[in-house]
Design a protein around this ligand. Structure first.
Ligand code: PMP
Length: 420
């Protein structure tokens, strides 16, 4: 990117630190820049390309669908890929999740989930309007997503647009009970409509992991108080935490589940919000006031639905689960070297997600550490986007052990390189 480019990139100030490669091709776990450089995509291009770039079966399905039907209004009309995909999603998720609402990004999947929850209570005649969320959470950049997300530098400018939510402390190791107590207390004190959580991993908020029993307890408390549980599996879904969905590890069935990112294998944008029958039924009425008022032009785009169907076929026809297990084992072995290394702390992993914190101490020698680390990695042909001093990896499942090892070597060498 040059300063003369008319493209307004997200996180402009980060992008201009160091150079911004112009990517012209992607294949498997690799990106190719205009100048011929190859860059290993260690974060699956923001956690989406689960099987790597341009998986042949997914690309073939996209081409086939594009030749037949590229787009059609999805209000009063339907089409085979949307119907087939919804059926498949209902098959592979818990039986309680009976309905599928299409949208086009993780943020809108969350927005839709929040609207479903509020609509459900309104139409059921109970005045529950308040949402609970975890401190530090990230749920997208729409108004609803920002409202339930942590308030910070990202969304501070838009404060007048954001609605008020009640927050629970993140269940830090050893302090899980405080979160559960806060949940119990909030449910007793207020008319709570829903609790929204990223199951097992607080992602953009720092790749912080909490154990399945905490999620199970949160679900139990919600259920006891009739509070809806919204699982934002936008990041954790599609194998990232070692199981297809993170909720499985806690035996939790949410009332509303949000999926996106790896839903199409990362090829084209698509999102779904799935819900229990009662939530659908509350909106299914000839009474216009009970209509679920949400749609967008590209809702259930046929090409995106076809890509998602092909992605699900890849899960069935290729050893994806084995690759996930292998990748998890590679992380586990590689992370060992950081455990006794004082330059790093908080070594953690869940499935294919691994993270370490760079110890910046109080010397402040690494001011603006995130962008500096980012530039350092890109300079070494690696796409890694640290969250402040947290360096995490979330590579495509097709990555090899040798490729991952290259990234870990770069991480180990980072403190010295940045101190220079
Ligand atoms: N929820 C979570 C947990 C996410 O990680 C993200 C994206 N990082 C979103 C929602 C928003 O998704 P999108 O960027 O596709 O709008």
């Amino acid at each position: 990117m040059s300063h003369s480019s008319p493209v307004w990139h997200p996180f402009t100030q980060h992008a201009v630190q160091g150079e911004t490669p112009t990517i012209v091709r992607g294949e498997g776990a690799w990106l190719e820049a205009e100048d011929g450089r190859r860059i290993f995509d260690a974060i699956s291009s923001w956690w989406v390309v689960t099987h790597g770039h341009r998986h042949p079966a997914i690309i073939a399905a996209i081409k086939q669908q594009a030749d037949r039907l590229d787009q059609v209004i999805f209000a009063g009309f339907t089409h085979p890929p949307a119907e087939q995909l919804a059926r498949r999603l209902v098959e592979i998720t818990p039986p309680e999740l009976t309905h599928v609402f299409y949208s086009d990004s993780g943020s809108t999947a969350v927005e839709v989930g929040l609207k479903m929850a509020l609509g459900y209570w309104l139409h059921s005649g109970e005045n529950r309007r308040r949402i609970l969320a975890l401190e530090g959470a990230y749920h997208g950049d729409t108004i609803g997503g920002m409202s339930v997300g942590e308030r910070g530098v990202f969304n501070a400018p838009y404060d007048p647009l954001l609605f008020d939510v009640s927050r629970l402390p993140f269940p830090r190791a050893g302090a899980e009970q405080a979160t559960l107590d806060a949940l119990e207390q909030a449910c007793r004190a207020e008319a709570i409509a829903a609790l929204i959580v990223e199951p097992l991993v607080l992602g953009a908020g720092g790749m912080l992991i909490y154990p399945p029993w905490v999620l199970a307890e949160m679900a139990r408390i919600c259920k006891a108080h009739g509070v809806l549980l919204i699982a934002d599996e936008v990041m954790t879904g599609w194998g990232r935490t070692g199981t297809l969905f993170a909720c499985e590890q806690a035996n939790v069935v949410p009332d509303i589940a949000c999926y996106s990112k790896g839903l199409t294998g990362g090829s084209v944008p698509l999102a779904v919000t799935m819900c229990r029958r009662e939530i659908f039924d509350a909106h299914f009425s000839t009474d216009r006031r009970k209509t679920f008022f949400h749609s967008s032009s590209y809702t259930a785009n046929p090409i995106a639905c076809a890509a998602a169907l092909a992605n699900l076929q890849v899960w069935g026809s290729e050893p994806v689960r084995q690759r996930i297990d292998d990748l998890a084992a590679v992380h586990a072995r590689a992370l060992d070297r950081f455990r006794d290394d004082v330059r790093f702390s908080n070594v953690r992993q869940i499935g294919t997600i691994a993270a370490v914190d760079l110890e910046v101490g109080d010397s402040g020698y690494l001011a603006d550490v995130g962008p500096r680390l980012y530039a350092y990695f890109v300079g070494r042909g690696l796409l890694v986007r640290p969250l402040g001093n947290t360096i995490y990896l979330m590579p495509p499942y097709c990555s090899t052990a040798a490729e991952i090892e290259t990234v870990y070597q770069a991480i180990a060498a980072a403190p010295e390189a940045l101190a220079r």
